[in-house]
Design a protein around this ligand. Structure first.
Ligand code: XUL
Ligand code: CO
Length: 438
């Protein structure tokens, strides 16, 4: 069933690097073995519901541009069913293994929370039925705790405890649906968990509320036997001026403070990383070092604008180094690469939506193959090992393991007349080496 939405009718397949075909994969070959694992299982791509099927093409200065058939007037649940048809047709055509959604993406808000929850469950049943025969699985579900005006001053961090309670009731419904659909993860992005001004904000209280909220989610996960990961998605600002889940480092500090560092990981988004003044690679490497690397929202921010442009990731060299770091960290496990990315508002043709995914899937697959060469060749890793080799010596290990006091260390330096000589960091050499794999 295509609903006549796309011109493309056949599942998009790998046709090789030189195919002139617009809707064929040039690099993404799902069954190809990469470092002993299928390409599909390394990358675990997901199509997101919100940008691809909900966003109508608005920007702050202009209205809807896409005018999709399910975005017009009509019975909201009928439109939601139509949207689900096209969404699943998209997953089928792209041959992706996963999708992601917010509750409010898939079903309309009702007059009461009970009605909203029922609407979400009704579309959840449509998904479950389709998933009996389709290949696609759920990478993660999440609750939209930021669009409705009740959440304008935050959800968990709202000064009104009834808003906290309402948000908790909404999360319970989506967490349970995610569990029933066999979701691999559950994501919390604190879209309004932050503040506009400290003049009206009790920061300590709000952090305690957020800590408690997250703990209830973790407790409920165990209660219902959900074995997916709970993930926080860091973002520094937008929509609020300052968001509590600023970046990976801030989230880790927050998890430690509330004793949740073993229960919650992070979902890192490229555009959020650069909004925080970091690189995507920095956020990946730090999360891996702290043991909280969970999943990726793959997209691309514009380096000149200070907002979340959410473009499809197409920069192969940048992706290659990022994927290299993920491979070195042991891969994403239950996580995946979720296309939290939107086409530009002028990309009106339905098949533009397919091609955006095809292009970015190819960019990631190409990058994965480059990263494989980097791993197989091993020179980058050797250079790194060499740089720290001194720490593997007996004395380096003794200092690191706490077997030397400040007195011991000082006595050895003075006694042996130690005079360390600086060594080159070889950055340009390494940059050339990186380029040699592209
Ligand atoms: C917003 C964002 C969200 C989360 C899910 O910037 O990235 O779409 O990924 O709520
Ligand atoms: Co995101």
């Amino acid at each position: 069933m295509t609903n006549g939405f796309y011109r493309q009718q056949d599942v998009i397949r790998y046709s090789g690097e030189h195919t002139p075909d617009r809707l064929s994969y040039r690099w993404y070959d799902p069954d190809r073995a990469v470092l002993g694992q299928r390409m599909e299982d390394h990358l675990r791509f997901a199509v997101c519901y919100w940008h691809s099927f909900v966003w109508p093409g608005t920007d702050p200065f202009g209205g809807d541009t896409f005018l999709r058939p399910w975005q017009g007037a009509g019975d909201p649940m009928e439109l939601a069913r139509h949207k689900a048809e096209v969404a699943f047709e998209t997953f089928r055509l792209l041959d992706v293994p996963f999708f992601t959604f917010h509750d409010r993406d898939i079903a309309p808000e009702g007059a009461t929370l009970a009605e909203s929850n029922r609407n979400v469950r009704e579309i959840g049943e449509v998904f479950a039925k389709k998933m009996e025969t389709d290949k696609v699985r759920l990478l993660w579900g999440t609750a939209n705790l930021f669009s409705h005006r009740r959440y304008m001053a935050g959800a968990a961090t709202n000064p009104d405890p009834e808003v906290f309670a309402y948000a908790a009731a909404q999360v319970k419904n989506v967490l349970e649906l995610t569990h029933e659909l066999g979701g691999a993860n559950y994501v919390l992005w604190g879209g309004r968990e932050g503040y506009e001004t400290l003049l009206n904000t009790d920061l300590k209280r709000e952090l305690d509320q957020l800590g408690r909220f997250l703990s209830t989610v973790v407790e409920h996960k165990s209660k219902i036997g959900f074995d997916g990961q709970i993930l926080i998605e860091p973002k520094p600002q937008e929509p609020t001026k300052h968001q509590y889940d600023y970046d990976v480092a801030t989230v880790y500090g927050f998890l430690k403070a509330y004793g949740l560092e073993n229960d919650v990981k992070v979902n890192i988004e490229q555009n959020h990383a650069i909004l925080a003044g970091h690189s995507f690679e920095h956020e990946i490497e730090l999360a891996a070092a702290l043991g909280i690397l969970g999943s990726i929202d793959i997209n691309r921010g514009d380096y000149q604008s200070g907002w979340d442009t959410d473009q499809f990731a197409m920069n192969v060299p940048e992706l290659a180094f990022s994927i290299y770091l993920i491979l070195k960290a042991g891969g994403l496990g239950q996580g995946g690469f979720n296309f939290d990315a939107k086409i530009r508002r002028q990309s009106l043709d339905p098949d533009d939506l397919l091609e955006a995914h095809v292009g970015s899937i190819d960019a990631c697959a190409h990058a994965l193959l480059i990263a494989e060469r980097m791993i197989d060749d091993g020179r980058l890793e050797d250079e790194l090992k060499q740089r720290y080799a001194g720490w593997d010596d007996a004395e380096g290990q003794a200092m690191l393991n706490g077997e030397r006091t400040l007195d011991d260390v000082a006595a050895r330096v003075l006694g042996d007349e130690i005079d360390p000589q600086p060594r080159s960091g070889r950055q340009e050499h390494l940059e050339r080496l990186l380029n040699s794999y592209l």
